[in-house]
Design a protein around this ligand. Structure first.
Ligand code: ACM
Length: 263
């Protein structure tokens, strides 16, 4: 199968433009699983909860999910994308998994980063694995990378590929995701954005790009640069993630000393 990321540079608040541009990029890709960044339709730095609620959309009826459904159906592909999800008077920093038959699952970001804590509701969805055709897919969002339990929970439930929409500003994540791959023997696809936002004076954010696909053996199969919009797809064998044996006598899941972890 071919797995891909689309690295974008959204214009804050211009959901129609951002969604249509992302869909155009998806249309050109040769891949059956495609990951877009966190908050791909809106941009990142909301000035207030009010502004967030105005721009957030219901899932799956909002434009950002609907257009992904359409392109997933046309391509026969699965897509994971981050977006601001409105539920009544709350908004979640969510990721959706859509396929040729529509919405498959929604994950709401568990570990909110910095000012996200002031405006988004904390995620309330479990870390869950979904089927995307033959492949088992898990979702986590950006800052979740710093909490190894997120990737571990997905891997223990059988994820082959962890899809990781991101808006990274700290430099550590691309290297850390190699470890998340190795310690769980899974593929990861991090889709990040590029560009800067300074909608709050004095709080300039520079997004680091460097979207990548990593293998269960800790290889970086493809990595984007840090400045431009880019898309890349890579051939992977998702079944590589099913074997957890690292020597004839070691299985990285069965060897876990859970009896000693919390005494
Ligand atoms: C992040 O979680 N957007 C850094």
């Amino acid at each position: 199968m071919k797995a891909a990321f689309v690295q974008t540079a959204p214009v804050f608040g211009e959901a129609r433009i951002n969604v249509d541009r992302a869909v155009e990029k998806i249309e050109k890709l040769d891949a059956s699983l495609i990951v877009l960044p966190e908050l791909y339709s809106t941009g990142y730095q909301f000035r207030s909860k009010k502004e967030l609620l105005e721009l957030a959309e219901e899932v799956p009826s909002g434009y950002a999910t609907k257009r992904l459904n359409e392109v997933a159906k046309a391509k026969g592909a699965f897509i994971v994308a981050g977006l601001a999800e409105r539920v009544g008077k709350k908004a979640y920093n969510s990721a959706v998994l859509v396929g040729p038959k529509g919405l498959i699952g929604t994950y709401r970001k568990a570990h909110l980063f910095w000012d996200e804590k002031k405006i988004f509701a904390r995620g309330d969805t479990p870390f869950k694995v979904y089927r995307a055709g033959k492949v088992r897919v898990g979702m986590m969002i950006c800052f979740d990378w710093l909490f190894p339990e997120a990737a571990r929970a997905l891997a223990l439930q059988g994820a082959d590929i962890i899809c990781h929409p991101s808006n990274l500003v700290l430099p550590y994540c691309p290297a850390a995701m190699i470890t998340r791959s190795l310690e769980n023997r899974v593929f990861t696809i991090t889709a990040n954005r590029v560009g800067t936002e300074e909608r709050v004076p004095g709080k300039k954010l520079k997004f680091i790009g460097s979207s990548q696909v990593t293998s269960p053996y800790g290889e970086v199969l493809v990595r984007a640069g840090s400045k431009k919009e880019e898309a890349a797809s890579v051939e992977i064998d998702h079944l590589m993630a099913r074997g957890k044996r690292i020597t004839p006598l070691n299985d990285i899941f069965k060897d876990r000393r859970t009896d000693l972890f919390f005494k």
